[in-house]
Ligand binder design. Structure first.
Ligand code: SF4
Length: 439
């Protein structure tokens, strides 16, 4: 039987750049580069899909999706589904949303396949199976439609970061270097541990330096990193591997200095945990990084809520972190989540008191509203809501220049995501029970 040649069409959108960069690098590594087409807007994606299909290619369309993007991607997804039916497109979703809701991604959003967990090996394997006519149901890490249910054999093996680049610098596409993947803490509102596992995997110093060299050689100046907790570098996530952290920053600093570049570490997107903001780590940071602030999460000022959400630290560590950062000349930007499940008025009061105290110490508060994310233990929780009396206190902090963030937009987003679940577009925990290991 004649098999159509495959073309892989990826949506390279500004808000998914980091994950798509890693995916492009892995597709190039696995030999798919020549068949890859990038579209920078929904219109371009749809145009390319029509044009490639009309040339007789089998078009596999890949979208990277975070749950918070779903409301604004719904129209693109429905246009793709409609086109897919007419042109025979094969629609694949990857990223944190399909990883947390594979059944909903297929049965409700209408994708043909959902990549669950890491895509660097699962996606090329799926492409190979589709092009070669091999059995895609033999693959791990890929959920597939199977009649009126969803087939999933289980997760793929975790990759070694050293085997994959964070961005395809050879294409001139650059971004932050992912130094650590996975998180040991498993906070109940967060998808990271449930998507990437509890074992923290680190990119070796040699690999980080090679990517940093490529970055600076192309004339770029400000290098950033991706990590769930950058002070965990080299360790198990609970303790600090000071020798590794120190060697990494020393060598990066030397490399950056040779190229006239700068390092941003311990700030977005490589925040740290408060209990690791101590003299040892701050001494390593000082003089080596260009950022003037470090970002760490408090999330709540209520000891009861901190225990409930399994943060693994208390309020004291947050205050000590802000004091220690200041001692070394760094401002603290502290993440808070309002509207967490089970929060009482006293808990919100405790968070506001802590936020106000931190601001009076010179810190800034990065405020968020709780969003129930599929794949996290709080996926079924009600959307976060911030009472008016608490909002008034937050506005006052804004007026003092002490608070920023998308907390109001996130409150609306949380409601939208809750509504999508109510309409069955997100299946969440129910969806996991619908997965089958045979087809
Ligand atoms: S919030 Fe941070 S520390 Fe907690 S599980 Fe997520 S990445 Fe890990």
């Amino acid at each position: 039987m004649h098999r159509r040649e495959v073309r892989v069409l990826l949506h390279y959108s500004g808000d998914s750049k980091y994950s798509v960069n890693a995916l492009i690098a892995s597709l190039d590594k696995h030999g798919w580069g020549g068949k890859l087409v990038l579209a920078r807007s929904p219109e371009e994606l749809l145009d390319h899909a029509v044009s490639l299909a009309s040339k007789g290619f089998r078009v596999i369309v890949g979208l990277s999706l975070m749950t918070v993007q779903i409301p604004r991607r719904l129209s693109l997804i429905s246009r793709l589904r409609e086109l897919g039916g007419r042109l025979g497109l094969f629609l694949v979703a990857g990223g944190s949303h399909p990883s947390g809701d594979p059944a909903g991604t297929i049965l409700s959003l209408g994708f043909d396949a959902a990549l669950v967990g890491e895509a660097e090996e699962a996606f090329p394997s799926l492409l190979e199976a589709l092009e070669e006519g091999l059995d895609p149901y033999a693959l791990r890490g890929v959920a597939l439609r199977c009649g009126d249910h969803v087939f999933f054999r289980g997760r793929a093996r975790p990759i070694s970061l050293d085997e994959y680049s964070s961005f395809p610098y050879w294409r001139g596409l650059m971004g932050p270097i992912e130094i650590t993947r996975g998180c040991v803490w498993g906070c109940r509102y967060c998808q990271v541990t449930y998507m990437h596992g509890a074992l923290m995997r680190h990119r070796s110093i040699g690999s980080v330096l090679r990517l940093a060299e490529e970055f600076y050689r192309r004339g770029l100046r400000d290098l950033r990193f991706i990590s769930p907790d950058s002070f965990s570098y080299g360790g198990d996530g609970r303790s600090i591997a000071l020798d590794k952290l120190s060697e990494l920053l020393e060598k990066l600093h030397a490399l950056a200095s040779r190229h006239g570049g700068r390092i941003f570490f311990g700030t977005f997107p490589s925040e740290v945990r408060p209990e690791k903001v101590v003299d040892d780590t701050m001494r390593v940071l000082k003089g080596r990084v260009a950022n003037k602030a470090i970002i760490f999460g408090a999330q709540s000022g209520s000891p009861r809520i901190l225990r409930e959400i399994r943060r693994g630290h208390g309020v004291e560590e947050v205050l000590e972190a802000a004091e220690t950062a200041l001692k070394y000349g760094f401002r603290s930007d502290v993440d808070f989540i309002f509207g967490l499940p089970g929060e009482s008025r006293e808990d919100v009061e405790a968070s506001l008191r802590l936020a106000e105290r931190l601001v009076s110490m010179g810190a800034r508060i990065h405020a968020h509203t709780f969003i129930p994310l599929p794949g996290s233990p709080y996926s079924e929780a009600p959307p976060g809501r911030i009472p008016l009396w608490a909002k008034k206190r937050l506005y006052k902090l804004i007026g003092r220049g002490g608070l920023y963030g998308q907390w109001e937009a996130q409150e609306r987003l949380a409601r939208q995501i809750h509504e999508l679940r109510a309409k069955g577009l997100i299946l969440g925990a129910k969806g996991w029970r619908m997965l089958r290991s045979t087809c």
